[in-house]
Design a protein around this ligand. Sequence first.
Ligand code: DC
Length: 228
Amino acid sequence: MKPIRPFHQTPVITIDGPTASGKGTVAALVAAHLGFHLLDSGALYRLAALASLRYAIQTDDADALAALINDLHITFREGLAQLDGVDVSAEIRKEEIGNRASAIAVHAPVRAALVARQRAFRKEPGLVADGRDMGTVIFQDATLKVFLTASAEARAARRYKQLIQKGISANIDDLLRDLRERDERDSQRAAAPLKPAADARLLDTSSLSVDQTVEQVVQWYQSVVVKS
Ligand code: DC
């Protein structure tokens, strides 16, 4: 008979990386392939950013932001993100909200207020979590840690394509500038900066298709699970 794993050993695959590195798409496909739950941690930061805009809380007011987050009523259902019971999935994808999310994410109290909500996603049969600090902070004991990279140009081109496909107008030079600014802020902040965990596997996706990237992550996971 198979031994029952203690709760804290529920498998987790962390997929971290910079803006538009493809982590969201890859994480969703890996989760679907393995039948695992999915945590898009960036969506939590985006929901907090949207709420702060609605309640007119300044992006530098760390304590007010943390208090707001503690009171937020957030639900994820069938891929939809809800704030106070209202679907805001499209709204949180706007560049303006992404930039605001990056701005509020620099504060340690904001990050601390989101820790428990993120860890609550760890449920059987397993979790794929994507973000910036999934492997370094939130799930330090993850079964597999992946850090995706891609050149800024490749990422800007992907983001451009995504936006155009959604019918949202975009300018590639503006996207590249915003993306570099966000990379800089996300990786230079003192609280949980964007960086690969010491035990993360790096994967440069500049010239890989989504399918190739997913295949590599699944293969790594299977090799880790077989070994343990
Ligand atoms: O992954 P994303 O673009 O949806 O994330 C939006 C911002 O949220 C990102 O620029 C920085 C912040 N973020 C973070 O600091 N830590 C995470 N785990 C996820 C997102």
